[in-house]
Ligand binder design. Structure first.
Ligand code: DGL
Length: 266
């Protein structure tokens, strides 16, 4: 049994969607979350900048004695998973992409759309990984760089978000003809209602969800599952935006959670 927290991080509030999955599946596990709200979005930044930010955050989570780290961000997973694992070989560090790819392939999807940030799409990590496991699967990808900033500003439902989603998706859906869509950014599961309303025939795959099944397997194998404990979750943000606070309180109102400002390097 291991009651230390699991460390999660993202460029902002997107990774909270992965924490939601954790609470549903493994309610005993305690969370230490870091959202880099002062520097969001990551997805349009250079690889070296994203690596620098991600390394600072993982150093911080390790200094807080987390038993496992979940990179609740596709952009960081795409660009930094290997280097972070090399830096901390003794701590399980999980990314969100591989578990999502495995699920898509296990479900036998033949035509798959992927939407994500510019950096994730630029890396073609989804395309390469899906084709490696299932060469006959057709993968079409599209970067949607305006979605994360809008979500960070609280535009999750309503006319502005619907117009923005349609701006990216209408032609993409028509031209690519897929019936499965990977939400390849952990912010996007907050838009599931909007996607279901606009494109009801398309099956959605959330990149926030599958990693939690992988986490459960590893914790079980290593006998590191948490038992009953004081359950206080900690949420840190590098800038305490109203929306980060509102979203955290809304999603986790049934848990004992504390939200604090944390500037890295202080
Ligand atoms: N949630 C992050 C992801 O999964 C968003 C990255 C960004 O800040 O652009 O890619």
């Amino acid at each position: 049994m291991d009651n230390r927290a699991i460390g999660f991080f993202d460029s902002g509030l997107g990774g909270l969607t992965s924490v939601q999955e954790l609470h549903e599946k493994l309610p005993n596990e305690k969370v230490l979350y870091f959202g880099d709200t002062a520097r969001t979005p990551y997805g349009s930044k250079s690889e070296s900048t994203i690596k620098e930010f991600a390394t600072q955050i993982v150093d911080y989570l390790v200094s807080k004695n987390c038993k496992m780290i979940i990179i609740a961000c596709n952009t960081v997973t795409a660009l930094c998973l290997d280097s972070l694992r090399e830096r901390y070989p003794d701590i399980p560090i999980l990314g969100v992409i591989e578990p999502t790819v495995k699920k898509v392939v296990a479900d036998g999807c033949r035509k798959v759309g992927v939407i994500a940030t510019k950096a994730t799409i630029g890396s073609d990590v989804y395309g390469k990984s899906i084709r490696k496991l299932s060469p006959e699967t057709e993968v079409s990808s599209l970067a949607c760089p305006a979605l994360v900033p809008l979500i960070e500003e609280g535009f999750v439902e309503g006319e502005i978000m619907e117009l923005t989603v349609r701006h990216y998706m209408d032609d993409f859906v028509r031209e690519s003809g897929f019936d499965n869509l990977v939400l390849g950014c952990t912010h996007y599961p907050l838009l599931i209602k909007t996607f279901d309303k606009l494109y009801p025939g398309i099956k959605l795959y959330s990149s926030s969800a599958e990693v939690i099944n992988e986490a459960a397997e590893i914790l079980k194998d290593k006998a590191m599952m948490a038992g009953p404990n004081d359950y206080q979750d900690r949420y840190y943000a590098s800038d305490l935006s109203d929306n980060f606070i509102t979203m955290t309180e809304l999603l986790f109102r049934d848990r004992d959670s504390r939200i604090s400002l944390k500037k890295l390097g202080e």
